[in-house]
Write a protein that binds this ligand. Sequence first.
Ligand code: TXA
Ligand code: MG
Length: 339
Amino acid sequence: MPTSHLSLRPRILRPTPVNLARAAAALRRGELVGVPSETVYGLAADAFSTAACAGIFEAKGRPTTDPLIVHLAGARDLGSVATVNEAALRLAERFWPGPLTLVLPKLRTVPDLITAGRSTVAVRVPAHPLFRRLIRLSGRPLAAPSANPFGYVSPTTAEHVRDGLSGTALRIVVDGGECEVGVESTIIDLTRAGRPRLLRPGGLAVEKLEAVLGVRVERPRPARIDPTRAAPAPGMLARHYSPKTPLRLHARLDADALGRLPADEAILLLRHPARSGRDSRLNWLSERGDLAEIARNLFSALRRLDAATWRVIHAELPVGEEGLAPAVRDRLSRAAAKR
Ligand code: TXA
Ligand code: MG
């Protein structure tokens, strides 16, 4: 009998004890597993195995110049992969488990493939209890990027992972429900004493880090990011998180602006518009414009609109430097960047 391509789709497993034990056994054998996290779903593999991690790059079609984040079950394991400093301990104590990734000098235990040959490693303790359970059950740190084909919109449900990575070596995805944060972790470089630097705005607001560190966090200006260079964080590639449908960004989409847009172009607003009527082009990320809700719904909305037949998606950008506004602006800007 001919094998249907459907047989190459990864299976979504309910998080029963038996299924979690199966997933952990697969990780110990060096296989890939789709795992839920509070930010986005991850494509996990044994962080101490170069061969297992090579499978991640292969499945995602990700260049090996783009390093992976190492996930730990708890902050006490930090010393097994990185050289710890005072700032790292303070942030870990306050924000882990949670959507914060620390970049620190790496130890030799971490394969060079994970760090793309760098002397630093990115580390985080995820808040999703199933992710931490899998790390504990498999008995090793897990390397995991977002579980999407390289460059496409990040996954916030198990179905997104299955649909995006069908036909790859990924066999199983553990279902942990919809991601609560919805955008990736905030990444901060702590390798320069006293001069923390933001590498990626994300699910934890930078002002919260500053309040704990007692110093300003340096924020590279987005315009300065050179998309052709691998540094400082390759995930800061200008084009990333992108739907296939052309995406156009707007500082403000008022009733007049909406009236001028064609009927076959979708509109993604931050909040419920004053008058929505029967306009099928209209979509909004949050009833009241709440930033956490906007972030949580962002990627699934982009995927849903991308799957329909809209000629163009018009999206509204949040303003300000507070809360998750920089993260949402960052994801939308990269999603809209030219190829
Ligand atoms: O929320 C998240 O961070 C999710 C979940 C699964 O944990 N993971 C995630 O991974 O977003 P990924 O691979 O999509 O993005 C990781 C980013 C990349 O931009 C990479 O360049 C950066 O982390 N990175 C990793 N190691 C680094 C290092 N040593 N120095 C600087 N940036 C690093
Ligand atoms: Mg990613």
